[in-house]
Design a protein around this ligand. Structure first.
Ligand code: F6R
Length: 593
């Protein structure tokens, strides 16, 4: 949450800062701001709303500054106003700061800085004031002292008037990358922000400080001692993100699912032989599956599949709950953490909790080098490629593939193993076939429901875990209120909300439970619901709409069934005129509790 960029070098800073913010806008889009340094004078430009609000004023400014920092915000402390937008300046204008993270002891520090006139409600503003209170000491020393006063998480981009063309940075718990190129040095929350000039990158670790001039980078540990860090080669072409001819990233990412599956599964199949190639415990007592949001829904599917196939008891947990429920987890347990970004604060905290309890932690993560990837003992990567749309699709589909692979690793019955393995290998083509055949019916269905106020999703077993995801997709991008229920559960209360014409989206793909699901469908129809079904059946009597999908191994059906639900959500959101790639109030990586 929140994106930061910085630059110092030979070129004008503003174009890189603006372009970088545009690429990081997925991290938050409540407000945006830039600070440019011209011989120690800071020029600040901040706007509430999207990065695009900065474009014209920044062009008008036409600044020749070659050093600057910038920020795109997801509001935590204080509403998304111009006053609360970053960068934040110290009273004597000696320091200016952009921040991603949360300063947990900000209130206490504000009380301590009682003589300072704060200009914003943010937690961040304590940082420039604390730096200034250090007096005229070496900026690195000021930063060492200031970091020691902070609690919480931060990635900081800092300018200091005493050293006008130097960029300072530091982090703890929030990602921060330094880039080096022929034209200067760069700072960014994510590789995506770097431009083609960058050839080498460095990832800052907790407590580390970076000092960047136009042609040098120097790193210090949390005590201010110089450290050696090895850089990594960077290829801009590989990081470039492009939605091609698609109107939205989300739609292009839905279509990239077969590729995401192919790339993810390829790591586990060598010459047709399956292996996870890692040191997993032979027979864990229990497998915990922990995540947030859609990644949690992938875990719910994972639980059904692992328990049925590998006969190992599983427990799913929402990461924000796991941390505070005194989980009975120990060294004979496997703790699996699923995260696209690898940055989700609650999931990361849960990893630490599991590690502290001796469990073997496994990260199913899409962003290599992310905090969760670094802290888990074993990594099973998803290879979905960069996902830009805030609503996940291809990463979710790759997460399912890794969870299926984990189940396959533990299955003992060779007949079951062969059948499941074959289904996994066919999965990319099966998903492609569903993509090819369900766009039009999903659009037709969307036309029927887009004006509704509420919708309910129902399904049993793996159909239930899939409707959890279908319902989240629909509400998060179209703002049409929806809830997902186990099909048999609706009549225990929620059915009272079903009236004439209420859309009920029923998933009827779980073959062994079809008669039960069909009975539940009849129950809601009898109360006037307009039933729209996604099913392996050719038809469902009296349904207002039916999308038929092909059958595959019952335990991988969720990967096929979710596709029409993603397409349905996309088309409903489009018909409702929503900002599909950047739904209101959301951000792609949730780095706060
Ligand atoms: C919904 C969505 C979110 C994420 C959740 C976890 O479309 O994308 O619910 O799944 O915020 O994020 P990661 O996977 O980055 O940990």
């Amino acid at each position: 949450m929140c994106g930061i960029v910085g630059y110092t070098g030979d070129k004008r800073a503003a174009p890189f800062l603006l372009g970088g913010l545009e690429k990081l806008e997925y991290r938050g889009y409540d407000s945006a701001g830039v600070a440019l340094s011209e011989e120690g004078n800071f020029q600040l430009l901040r706007r509430a709303g999207r990065v695009t609000q900065l474009k014209t004023p920044l062009e008008k400014l036409n600044s020749a500054a070659v050093t600057g920092i910038a920020h795109t915000r997801w509001a935590t402390h204080g509403p998304p106003t111009e006053e609360n937008a970053h960068p934040h300046l110290s009273e004597k204008k000696q320091w200016v700061v952009v921040h991603n993270g949360i300063i947990e002891n900000a209130e206490e520090l504000r009380r301590e800085l009682a003589d300072v006139k704060f200009k914003s409600e943010t937690d961040t503003e304590v940082i420039p004031h604390l730096l200034e209170k250090q007096g005229e000491i070496n900026p690195v020393e000021a930063l060492v002292n200031t970091q020691k006063r902070l609690e919480g998480a931060w990635a900081l981009g800092i300018l200091c008037a005493a050293m006008p063309d130097t960029l300072f940075c530091a982090c703890k718990g929030s990602p921060l990358l330094v880039g080096v190129g022929a034209g200067g040095t760069y700072l960014a929350s994510d590789y995506a922000a770097f431009d083609e000039d960058v050839t080498t990158t460095y990832r800052l670790c907790d407590g580390e400080i970076g000092v960047l001039t136009k042609n040098t980078v120097c790193f210090y540990n949390c005590d201010g001692d110089i450290i050696d860090k090895s850089g990594e080669k960077f290829s801009w072409k590989e990081q470039r993100i492009d939605k091609g001819d698609y109107e939205h990233f989300m739609r292009s990412e839905i279509d990239q699912q077969p590729l995401a599956l192919r790339q993810t599964l390829a790591q586990f199949f060598t010459d047709g032989a399956f292996s996870l190639s890692c040191e997993l415990p032979e027979k864990p007592r229990k497998i915990w599956l922990i995540a947030c949001g859609s990644a949690y829904h992938a875990c719910v599917t994972g639980k059904y599949v692992i328990e049925e196939l590998a006969k190992i008891p599983c427990e799913t947990a929402v990461a924000s709950e796991f941390r505070y429920c005194y989980p009975l987890i120990g060294d004979s347990d496997l703790a699996v953490f699923v995260s696209q970004s690898g940055e989700t604060a609650d999931t990361l905290a849960a990893v630490r909790e599991a590690n502290a309890n001796g469990a073997v932690s496994v990260g199913i993560v899409n962003v290599p080098g992310s905090a969760i990837a670094r802290e888990c003992r074993i990594i099973l990567p998803t290879k979905a490629g960069t996902e830009v749309a805030v609503a996940t699709t291809k990463a979710y589909c790759a997460q399912l593939a890794v969870l299926y692979s984990l189940a396959l690793h533990y299955v003992t019955d060779s007949k079951q193993k062969n059948a499941f393995q074959q289904a996994l290998r066919r999965l990319p083509e099966d998903v492609q076939q569903v993509l090819d055949t369900t766009e039009k019916p999903a659009m037709d269905m969307a036309r029927e429901i887009y004006e509704a106020e509420h919708a309910y999703f129902i399904g049993r077993n793996l159909d239930f875990s899939t409707v959890l995801e279908g319902s989240l997709k629909l509400k998060e991008i179209s703002y049409l209120h929806s809830e997902a229920y186990p099909a048999g559960e609706l009549k225990h209360g929620t059915i009272s909300l079903v009236e004439e014409g209420t859309p009920v989206i029923a998933l009827a793909c779980c073959e062994r439970l079809l008669p039960k699901t069909l009975a539940n469908i009849r129950e809601v129809m009898a109360r006037g619901a307009a039933v729209f079904a996604v099913t392996t059946l050719d038809d469902i009597e009296d349904a207002r709409g039916v999308i038929t999908i092909r059958k595959t191994h019952p335990l991988v059906m969720p990967s096929l069934a979710v596709v029409p639900l993603q397409l349905l959500s996309y088309h409903v959101a489009r018909l409702r005129g929503c900002d599909i790639d950047k739904p209101r109030n959301l951000a792609k990586s949730v780095t706060v509790e």
